[in-house]
Design a protein around this ligand. Structure first.
Ligand SMILES: NC(=O)c1ccc[n+]([C@@H]2O[C@H](COP(=O)([O-])OP(=O)(O)OC[C@H]3O[C@@H](n4cnc5c(N)ncnc54)[C@H](OP(=O)(O)O)[C@@H]3O)[C@@H](O)[C@H]2O)c1
Length: 259
């Protein structure tokens, strides 16, 4: 691929590390200028900015706790002031408490939903007026939206709502030339996957690989490549869809024995 996103401006939440960082770099390689966003990992975010600039692309750095509408607005104030235009918005960041339903407190549900759902609505409200030439919205779901995973009810239900929101965005924003699609990765080798797996991570990984026809977990670059496709003109007639990128993990009904 080359130049698929030439001249485009992209904002990817949670791009200090993991899938978000890989996507920012993949989009920069395809010619996009990118906003690198973080909450706490300032050093990793600054490193990502440097990597984007080394690719010859422009990078803005914004910090925002996505639970806060004020901080989301402050980040968009920077984009509006610096660029005044945006072509691609990717709601990638997520954080959650992995607990069984009997352990959930009000704030666990509240914080997860704020980061997943509320922040996407508030960000889109600011992104759309900047998408003056049409645009692309990409949300980040997970297999927990459809399948039950251990200790995953909070994030899984939030992801299900996010997929639904994506369809509503597609319906409402289509007339403005804006598409909205969700990516649904299987298991990808990142910090959050390690956090979820905890002490059982290696056994969990082995289980996942055993259930995956392509025989491995995904890499961040493999998710980023599909995000580039969805952000590009190649995907122009796709909207309101959930795109699974999981090596076939969700094709079988096998359980995760390590849990
Ligand atoms: N990894 C997987 O196996 C997998 C599978 C399916 C779906 N996904 C989804 O893919 C997306 C990225 O996952 P990942 O594994 O790449 O995650 P990650 O490595 O844990 O990175 C999470 C990113 O989100 C940011 N973030 C977290 N909470 C935030 C908050 N409250 N406000 C603002 N930013 C916040 C983090 O910022 P800081 O660095 O500053 O903390 C970081 O940049 C998530 O939506 C996740 O649910 C992942």
């Amino acid at each position: 691929m080359s130049g698929l996103l030439a001249g485009k401006k992209a904002f990817i939440t949670g791009s200090s590390r993991g899938i978000g960082k890989a996507t920012a770099l993949a989009m920069a390689r395809e010619g996009a200028d990118v906003v690198i966003h973080y909450r706490r990992a300032v050093e990793e975010a600054e490193k990502t900015v440097a990597e984007v600039r080394a690719l010859g692309r422009e990078a803005l750095l914004v910090k925002a706790e996505l639970e806060s509408q004020d901080e989301i607005n402050a980040a968009f104030d920077v984009i509006e002031k610096e660029w005044g235009i945006l072509d691609i918005f990717m709601a990638n960041a997520a954080a959650s408490a992995f607990k069984t339903i009997d352990q959930l407190k009000d704030y666990h549900i509240d914080r997860t939903y704020r980061v997943e759902l509320h922040s996407t609505v508030f960000a889109v409200q600011r992104a759309v007026p900047l998408m003056k030439n049409g645009g692309r919205i990409i949300t980040m779901s997970s297999m927990g939206s459809t399948y039950t995973l251990p200790r995953y009810a909070t994030l899984g239900t939030a992801k299900a709502a996010l997929e639904s929101l994506t369809r509503y965005l597609a319906a409402e924003l289509g007339p403005k030339g804006i598409t909205a699609n969700a990516l649904n990765p299987g298991v990808v080798d990142t910090e959050s996957a390690k956090f979820y797996g905890g002490q059982n991570y290696h056994q969990y990984n082995a289980d996942v690989i055993a259930h995956t026809p392509l025989g491995r977990v995904g890499t961040v670059e493999e998710i980023a490549d599909v995000a580039v496709f969805l952000a590009s003109n190649l995907s122009r007639f796709i909207t309101g869809q959930v795109i699974r990128v999981d090596g076939g993990l969700t094709l079988s009904t096998g359980g995760f024995e390590s849990f």
